[in-house]
Design a protein around this ligand. Sequence first.
Ligand SMILES: Nc1ncnc2c1ncn2[C@@H]1O[C@H](COP(=O)(O)OP(=O)(O)OP(=O)(O)O)[C@@H](O)[C@H]1O
Ligand SMILES: [Mg+2]
Length: 372
Amino acid sequence: MKITRFEADGFRNLKEVELSFDPELNILCGRNAQGKTNILEALWLCSGERSFRGAKDRELIGTDRDKMSLLLDFEDARRTQSISYTMLRRDMKNKKLTLNGVNVRTPSGLFGALGCVIFTPEDLGLSKGAPENRRSFIDLSVSQIKVSYRDVVDKYRRILDQRNLHLKNLAGGRQDDGMLDIWDMQLAQMGAYISVLRYNYCKKLRNTAAELFSELSGGAESFEIEYHSTVFKELDGRNDYRNDLFGEYLERLKSSRRDDIGAGFTIHGIHRDDIKCSINGLYAKDFASQGQHRSIALILKLSQAYILSGEVGDTPCILLDDVLSELDGMRRSFIMEKIHGMQVIITCCEEEAVRGYRGKLFRVEGGRASEN
Ligand SMILES: Nc1ncnc2c1ncn2[C@@H]1O[C@H](COP(=O)(O)OP(=O)(O)OP(=O)(O)O)[C@@H](O)[C@H]1O
Ligand SMILES: [Mg+2]
């Protein structure tokens, strides 16, 4: 998948940006706070995703502007497509979105058209930080392959929040009105489904990542990744989320209800699961060095791109926000070699960091971008 043209105006600090991208390598270069990451964020939103900065709608419109608009053309293996995304300050709920000229109701309606993989400096701590980051990584990866998955995860979250609030009320002496039974059924249905999809994705990840990791470390290190469920002892070979797994999940919720009320939240479930990474048999979170954590992040992101390519039959567009300067020469060449052939858009502050790369160079300054 290759983005051919991109326009942005009124998005954060961006002004009349018009870029025609190279099918392979694009470098956005400029000093700090000029708008480089804003461009990547805008591209990312066009893929139907939420901001990787967790931004709210109102933060996306330029503070001195009434409107933001994005336009993007891209080519996949079969055709050229276009996306437009407009939002008015006075009516932010009603965004105007189109995919190939057809209105799309919500940003998630754009999902599945333009495939992107984003890699930011925050991702470098993926194997070190909170489990929530790893769950989000897996959920995002799965949803890129199975578009409807994200709605299930969102709905699970909403019901979980209601259940947790209710648990606190019960701890405070309120009587149960039967709602817990209803929510438990729903959580068990969705939770069993999510567990299966996450587990199966992790299995693919394990193979792809192990191969890449071994290559990166010259065969010295073996990498393993495992899905750790707080509900199921064993998920391997089990796909029956409508019956057996649903039943077990429900049982788990029921049996821990008393503890849940005591704790004021739901102790078991996919919202507490984790993805465990290890190198040479040692659990990365406790044992890996800084460099090994970086290698893991790099390999997980690369694997995400490879698996996505395989599943949708086209390469994603790779967005690298400032990560090259964070990697040493060996890891930098490794990632550049492995994404060769995919379209890449890189941001950097110093041209030095990308010297020797062949591609289009754009300068970003004060929210404007121009081709060098
Ligand atoms: N809604 C907004 N309206 C106007 N300006 C905004 C808005 N949101 C962010 N900005 C501005 O955008 C600039 C940051 O842009 P961006 O994060 O893209 O910088 P950058 O070029 O990636 O810098 P760095 O190299 O430091 O990462 C800041 O000056 C910030 O004040
Ligand atoms: Mg930036």
